[in-house]
Design a protein around this ligand. Structure first.
Ligand SMILES: Cc1ncc(COP(=O)(O)O)c(C=O)c1O
Length: 398
C-alpha cells in the first residue's frame, strides 16, 4: 500500500467522537449538533423539479468538461457576481463533483516531483483538512500559515522565508475562511499574486462560502475579481473553486466548478478525464438553473442573518464572540482548553461543537486552533437560539 496513506490525519469529526465517548448528557436533553458545517435549509423546489425532469439524462455518459449549457451558466454567474470582463466558458471553466474532490485532485495535477523531490504545498492554519491530505498524497510537504486573531485571521505571508517560498508549487487559500470567516482583501491578494509571480507557484482559491455573507451590499471579494481589479489578464497561475452546496442548499448534489488560468485548466481537465469524476447529466441540468437564479440565495442569506443575530445576542454577554465577515461559523475563543470546553459542554447541555485544535496543526510553535471552538450555525433559528441559551448557561455555570 502507499505508505503516505498512513500519514493522513484522522478526520476532525472522528476525533470529536473519540473525545465525547462515554460522555453522558443530562437525561431528557435533546442533543444539538453544531460541529458540522452541513447546510440544513430546504433545497429550492425548482432545483429538485429540474433534476426530476432531467432524469432521462441518466441514459448517457457525461463528458468530463460538462455541457456547454452548464459552462455558460457558470460563466454568466461569474460575470454577474464578480463583474468579470474575461472568462472563457470553453477554456477556463470545468464543472466538478463538489469542490472537495476537486481541491484534492488539483494537487495531483499541479505538483511536479521531477522538478523538486520535496515540493511544498502551503495551507492556511486552521484549515479544511482536504488540503493537507491532497499535499501528502501528491508527494508534497504541507507547510502552514497560521491565521490568528492578532492579525484578524489573515495569512501572514512574511512568516515563511524565501527558502520555503522557492519550493512552493501550490498554495491553498480559503476566502471566506472556514472556520474563521476571514475574507481576503485586495491588499492580501496583491501580496499573494506578487509572491506567485516571483516564485511561480499555483494558487487554489477555495471560495465555497462566497455566497454566505451578512451585508447584501458587500459581497466578499473573489480571487478572479481581485486579479481583474489589479490589472492582471488571463488569471496567471490562479484557479478558483466554487460550489452550489452552501449557496443553493444542495450538498448532496455534489456540484461545483473550477475556473481560472486556461493552461492549468487544460492539464487539469486531462487529469480529470482519467480520474473519472464527470458530473451526471441530470445534476448538470439542475446546476444550470441553480446558477441562473439569485432569489433563493438572497433568501438563504436572510435565514443565516437571522440565526447569527439571534445567537449573538444571547452569547455576546458571556463569550468573546463576533459576527464573522462571512460563512456560517462562529470561531470562538474558549476560557481554557478547547477540548475540555467541548466535552463539558456536551455533558452539561448536550450541545456538540468542534474543538479548534482539531482543525489546525502545530506550526511556528503554536496550534492556532487551540482554545477555540467552531460552532456551525446551520440549523433552524429556533434551534440556534436554544443552543446559544444552553451554551450561555454552561459558560455562566463554570
Ligand atoms: C472550506 C471548504 N472547502 C470545501 C468544502 C467542500 O464543499 P463541497 O465539496 O460540498 O463543494 C467544504 C465543505 O464543508 C469546506 O468547508
Amino acid at each position: 500500500m502507499n505508505p503516505r496513506l498512513d500519514r493522513l490525519q484522522t478526520y476532525p469529526f472522528q476525533k470529536l467522537s473519540a473525545l465525547l465517548e462515554g460522555a453522558q448528557p443530562k437525561p431528557g436533553l435533546r442533543p444539538i449538533p453544531l460541529y458540522i458545517g452541513e447546510p440544513k435549509h430546504d433545497t429550492p423546489a425548482f432545483i429538485k423539479q429540474t433534476l426530476c425532469d432531467s432524469l432521462s439524462g441518466l441514459a448517457g455518459y457525461p463528458a468530463t468538461i460538462g455541457t456547454p449549457e452548464l459552462r455558460q451558466a457558470i460563466a454568466g454567474w461569474l460575470k454577474r457576481r464578480y463583474g468579470l470582463n474575461e472568462i472563457n466558458a470553453n477554456t477556463q471553466i470545468v464543472p466538478v463533483a463538489g469542490t472537495r474532490e476537486a481541491l484534492f485532485a488539483i494537487a495531483q495535477a499541479v505538483v511536479d516531483t521531477e522538478k523538486d523531490v520535496y515540493p511544498i504545498v502551503v495551507s492556511p492554519n486552521p484549515f479544511y483538512q482536504i488540503y493537507e491530505g491532497a499535499a501528502i498524497l501528491a508527494n508534497a510537504q504541507p507547510v502552514f500559515l497560521n491565521n490568528v486573531p492578532q492579525n484578524k485571521y489573515a495569512c501572514e505571508w512574511d512568516s515563511l522565508p524565501s527558502t520555503v517560498w522557492q519550493r512552493v508549487q501550490l498554495i491553498y487559500v480559503c476566502s471566506p475562511g472556514n472556520p474563521t470567516g476571514h475574507v481576503m482583501d485586495l491588499d492580501e491578494w496583491r501580496a499573494l499574486f506578487e509572491l506567485s509571480d516571483k516564485y511561480g507557484f499555483a494558487i487554489a482559491s477555495d471560495e465555497c462560502y462566497s455566497e454566505i455573507y451578512f451585508d447584501e451590499a458587500k459581497p466578499p471579494l473573489g480571487a478572479l475579481e481581485a486579479a481583474q481589479k489589479l490589472g492582471r489578464t488571463g488569471y496567471p497561475r490562479l484557479i478558483v473553486f466554487s460550489s452550489l452546496s452552501k449557496r443553493s442548499n444542495v450538498p448532496g448534489m455534489r456540484s461545483g466548478f473550477v475556473a481560472g488560468d486556461a493552461a492549468i485548466m487544460k492539464k487539469y481537465l486531462l487529469y480529470r478525464t482519467y480520474q473519472g469524476c464527470a458530473m451526471s447529466l441530470p445534476i448538470q441540468a439542475a446546476s444550470v438553473v441553480a446558477w441562473q437564479d439569485e432569489a433563493h440565495v438572497v433568501e438563504n442569506r436572510r435565514l443565516y442573518r437571522e440565526k447569527f443575530d439571534t445567537a449573538l445576542a444571547i452569547l455576546e454577554p458571556v463569550l468573546p464572540v463576533e459576527k464573522p465577515e462571512a460563512a456560517f461559523y462562529l470561531w470562538v475563543r474558549t476560557p481554557g482548553s478547547d477540548t475540555v470546553f467541548t466535552r463539558r459542554l456536551f455533558e452539561s447541555q448536550a450541545v456538540s461543537v468542534l474543538p479548534g485544535s482539531y482543525l489546525a496543526r502545530e506550526a511556528h510553535g503554536v496550534n492556532p486552533g487551540t482554545n477555540h471552538v467552531r460552532i456551525a450555525l446551520v440549523s433552524s433559528t429556533e434551534e440556534c437560539a436554544e443552543s446559544a441559551r444552553r451554551i450561555r448557561d454552561f459558560v455562566t455555570s463554570q
